[in-house]
Design a protein around this ligand. Structure first.
Ligand SMILES: [Zn+2]
Length: 263
């Protein structure tokens, strides 16, 4: 059995791993409020569980990095517990991690994200790192990898699969049921109706915008966690893990094609 945890290897083992073209997986999330019924660790815990599940299935193809458990989310700060990191330190912190693994000789880095508002920043990191080093760095939200299963299982309408919702609560019920305060599960969505702006994990709105979370949610929830179940969570978990395994395989096989400088 291959060890796939990056920080469980020694430096000579890391050196050997670079010759095996292993894909570096960097899980990122956030420590933030998830309503009265879920703990602050939802985005971290779920993202890491998906990454672990995928890495266990292709241990020879990956190295799973220690996660980045804080994210870009000052808009949640009105709810006690949320930790908000500014966009500049966030981007530079991740760029330094990628710079380090690139320096050691790894060629492929996948940033896997569990927190919606990190999306734009990790994409900047991925694009910039690929220009800065002889590597390919890419980024995606883990829930996008299970989009088909979300579409098939969801009972909540568009704009209701957003935060501490049917999707996240189902996954948490499946993976760590004792963490869900079942007596406090309640639906909420006070977003203003719009043809251009809504929040949905798998059906993004055309307009990029974020207001103070407390201006449209009293409980911190955006969605309907009353529709959640552990069985849905199992289906969603399997779909996300399978999606990530497929991505890892394709990304590992992807060649780095040479530049052609036309100056
Ligand atoms: Zn979340």
């Amino acid at each position: 059995m291959h060890e796939y945890h990056y920080d469980k290897l020694t430096w000579p083992e890391i050196k050997k791993a670079t010759a095996e073209d292993r894909v570096i997986i960097l899980p990122v999330g956030s420590t933030e409020q998830h309503g009265p019924h879920l703990p602050l660790d939802v985005d971290n815990f779920l993202c890491q569980a998906i990454c672990e599940g995928a890495a266990q299935r292709v241990p020879e193809d990956v190295l799973l990095m220690p996660p980045m458990n804080y994210g870009f989310n000052w808009h949640h700060i009105d709810f006690p517990g949320t930790i908000g990191i500014g966009w500049e330190p966030y981007i530079h912190f991740l760029l330094d991690i990628v710079k380090s693994v690139a320096y050691h000789g790894f060629k492929k880095v996948l940033i896997i994200n569990g927190h919606g508002s990190n999306r734009q920043l990790i994409e900047i990191v991925a694009r910039q790192a690929t220009m800065d080093h002889p590597i390919i760095c890419a980024a995606c939200n883990y829930f996008a990898l299970g989009a088909q299963a979300v579409a098939e299982t969801r009972e909540s309408p568009k704009g209701w699969v957003a935060h501490a919702d049917e999707f996240e609560t189902s996954l948490y019920l499946y993976l760590r049921p004792e963490g869900v305060r079942r007596d406090l599960v309640q639906a909420e969505n006070n977003m203003l109706p719009s043809n251009f702006w809504w929040q949905d994990l798998i059906e993004p709105a055309p307009l990029g915008m974020m207001e103070w979370w407390s201006s449209f949610s009293h409980t911190g929830v955006l969605g309907d966690p009353t529709k959640a179940s552990a069985e849905k969570g199992r289906i969603l978990y399997e779909a996300c893990v399978e999606g990530l395994v497929a991505l890892i395989r394709e990304f590992k096989a992807r060649p780095l094609r040479p530049r052609e400088d036309h100056h």
